[in-house]
Design a binder for this molecule. Structure first.
Ligand code: PRX
Length: 646
């Protein structure tokens, strides 16, 4: 037996929704008869009006159409709440663990239904109607879930903004979708530190007079300024709202949410997701990829501001009636056993996290894990970036006790839900591989000339047909949507990632091929960071690239050219870091800033980031193809400076 392949656990497979034969049969059927396959899968939801059409999708260069279940009608909050509240109202929907150990809340299905209804009624009273956008800037607290479901209940479209983003980043995202209502909190609490959410929101709204109402959740209950004309306390408003709010029926193709993500150029893209297809894909894939069974407790560590939480902490699990653990804090505070403590306390069965966290916890050794009884765990998941085999093996052995399969799930904000992953009862595992396509998903590896790589080989990771959870457009910019995803390889959706397929048909993601870097599983556009750096009055220009980082996967390396007469200094470095923090947020702060007298460019003046990427990785010898470099001495100059320092 190949020591690098982990066989399917037989006891798990015997009880799994999908076993090895089942996968092969279902996958074939999903490709041969996608209509029939997805019609069946869609029965996981309750439709207030059943659909007659399943799929209307085309990726042809003249016509990109993405529609699923188009004439069906439903309500997402009904599917995620009411139907479960009716059956098990007093059981927990959310088990919340606060930042401070011991601070916890148990929210039952009935409680959540009531809170969502009161909030939905409050939003309606504030003038929010079907199709309106509502921005949400909240910590990881039950109110964040309530806010999303309350929007869904009345057909409004939520836009959750990660609470680690700065005021400026928040402002850009509110402006783009023009929401007139913002839901935020007085403050957040992370690793014992207060995060000034209301203060950031106030700063963001200074330039956005169209925002009429701000609902403020009391999280820390410390003093924050309230503007009586605009701001309302969440608890006060909800106390006055009726506890019943009938869900508004919406069309399957009506929008459910927008979520911003970084691209390789320009401002963040608002990926627009619709209701029916997204919820079918989220619910069906959650059930299959984690082999969810009723009664399972599911713990996804993602922040509500990312797509991982939208799909596999909130919509997918709740549509299945799963109890979710919601954790506000960080895994290493007050000590490195925090997650393991939570898993033990709540008897968690399914645990889903990112490789970067595993790598940082590995550094703390096995003791914090071994202190806790993790025998309840059955399935583990990984998401957001390639997982290196060392981290995979530690996760498998130390956390999963050698018995829990790890599902390495490949997908994107744009894809809405998973595209590649092993199903725990159906596939042997290879550490670092996202295994095989999910049902209905047709991967293709293409050479740069557009020809397909057959069998074993590597190429641009593309998909030949649509899947239900796919984003329908970039809010307000269909041209950019078509150009970004459908123009490089006509007839295909292009992910921006590279991948390799091995002899067994397993896929291995090799990373981004564009100017996007993946830092701790967070996706950042290098261009955005460059723009922030270049806005400093002393900076002539800046180039940002990723470099291998032991914990974060990729770190951020900034090459900065100063204006004539400006002296290089540590003080200036600090100012630049602060500037990135203010313009985007702490996650985008460079790990290294180095001064470069000039940046390598091609003859038309485009910065050659691939050369800088090699230098940042410590490779001073091979610059790759330098035939396009306008002035090679610029490269030699940077290398000389580096060799002196390193
Ligand atoms: O490069 C891929 C990487 O993360 C990108 C998508 O980032 P985002 O939209 O923020 O969504 C992250 C959570 C779904 C992809 O283009 N990525 C995501 N999952 C994996 C991955 N790389 C390797 N393996 C994965 N499992």
């Amino acid at each position: 037996m190949n020591p690098h392949v982990f066989p399917i656990p037989t006891d798990l497979a015997s009880k799994a929704h999908v076993d090895a034969r089942g996968y092969e049969e279902m996958y074939r059927r999903s490709i041969d008869d996608p209509e029939g396959f997805w019609r069946e899968q869609a029965q996981i939801l309750d439709w207030s009006r059943p659909f007659t059409q399943v799929k209307n999708t085309r990726y042809s260069p003249e016509d990109v159409t993405i529609e699923w279940f188009a004439d069906g009608r439903l309500n997402a909050s009904y599917n995620c709440l009411d139907r479960h509240a009716a059956q098990k109202g007093s059981e927990p929907a959310i088990l919340w663990a606060g930042d401070t150990p011991g601070d916890q809340r148990r929210v039952t299905w009935s409680d959540l239904r009531q809170e969502v209804s009161r909030l939905a009624n409050t939003l309606t009273k504030l003038g929010v109607k079907k199709g309106d956008f509502v921005s949400v800037y909240l910590p990881v607290i039950p109110e964040a879930i309530a806010a999303m479901l309350a929007c869904a209940r009345i057909g409004a479209v939520h836009s959750v903004v990660f609470s680690g983003f700065s005021a400026e980043a928040l402002a850009g995202r509110i402006k783009d979708c023009r929401s007139r209502v913002l839901i935020t909190a007085d403050e957040g609490l992370r690793a014992g530190k207060y995060v000034p959410l209301k203060k950031n929101a106030d700063a963001a709204l200074e330039s956005l007079p169209f925002v009429e109402h701000v609902l403020v959740v009391r999280r820390t209950s410390r003093d924050v300024p309230m503007n009586p004309e605009r701001d309302l306390w969440y608890d006060g408003a909800l106390a006055q709202a009726p506890a019943d709010c009938p869900p508004v029926e919406v069309g399957a193709e009506d929008p459910l949410f927008v979520l911003y993500t970084s691209g390789s150029t320009g401002k963040p893209k608002g990926m627009l997701h619709t209701t029916g297809g997204y919820l079918v894909h989220a619910a069906a894939s959650f059930r299959a990829m984690f082999d969810y069974h009723p009664g399972d407790i599911h713990f996804c560590t993602a922040d509500v501001g990312w797509v991982t939480a939208h799909t596999y902490l909130i919509y997918g699990p709740l549509a299945n009636g799963a109890t979710v653990v919601l954790f506000e804090g960080v895994p290493t505070w007050p000590d490195a056993s925090r997650w393991w403590q939570i898993i033990e306390a709540y008897r968690v069965n399914i645990f889903y996290t990112a490789p970067t966290a595993i790598r940082s916890l590995m550094r703390e050794g096995e003791a914090p894990v071994r202190k806790h009884d993790l025998s309840s765990l059955r399935v583990l998941g990984s998401v957001g970036e390639p997982i290196n085999p060392e981290a995979w093996l530690w996760y498998h052995e130390v956390v999963g006790g050698g018995r829990c399969p790890i599902t390495d799930t490949y997908w994107q904000t744009e894809t809405g839900a998973v595209l590649l992953c092993p199903l725990p009862g159906a596939m042997a595992l290879k550490p670092g591989s996202a295994a095989k396509p999910f049902f209905g998903v047709r991967p293709a590896l293409l050479n740069s000339d557009g020809s397909a790589v057959e069998g074993e080989g590597a190429g641009n990771l593309c998909f030949a047909d649509s899947w239900p959870g796919q984003a329908r457009t970039i809010l307000g910019d269909r041209e950019r949507f078509l150009k970004t995803y459908f123009s490089t390889f006509p007839g295909y959706y292009f992910t921006g990632d590279g991948a390799r397929r091995d002899a067994d048909g397993y896929y291995w993601i090799t990373g981004r091929l564009d100017d996007v870097i993946n830092v701790s599983g967070h996706r950042l556009g290098t261009v955005e960071i460059e723009a922030a750096l270049a806005s400093h009055s002393s900076v002539a220009e800046a180039a940002v690239v990723g470099f291998p980082h032991e914990i974060k996967g990729q770190g951020i390396f900034a090459f900065v050219t100063l204006k004539e007469g400006i002296t290089e200094s540590d003080e200036l470095r600090r100012e630049l870091l602060q500037l990135v923090r203010t313009r985007i947020g702490p996650i985008a702060m460079p790990d290294r800033i180095e001064w470069a007298p000039q940046l390598p460019k091609n003859r038309s003046g485009k910065i050659l980031r691939r050369i800088l990427t090699r230098i940042a990785a410590g490779d001073f010898e091979s610059h790759g193809d330098t035939s396009t470099v306008a002035d090679l001495s610029v490269v030699e100059d940077i290398v000389r400076r580096f060799q002196k320092q390193n």
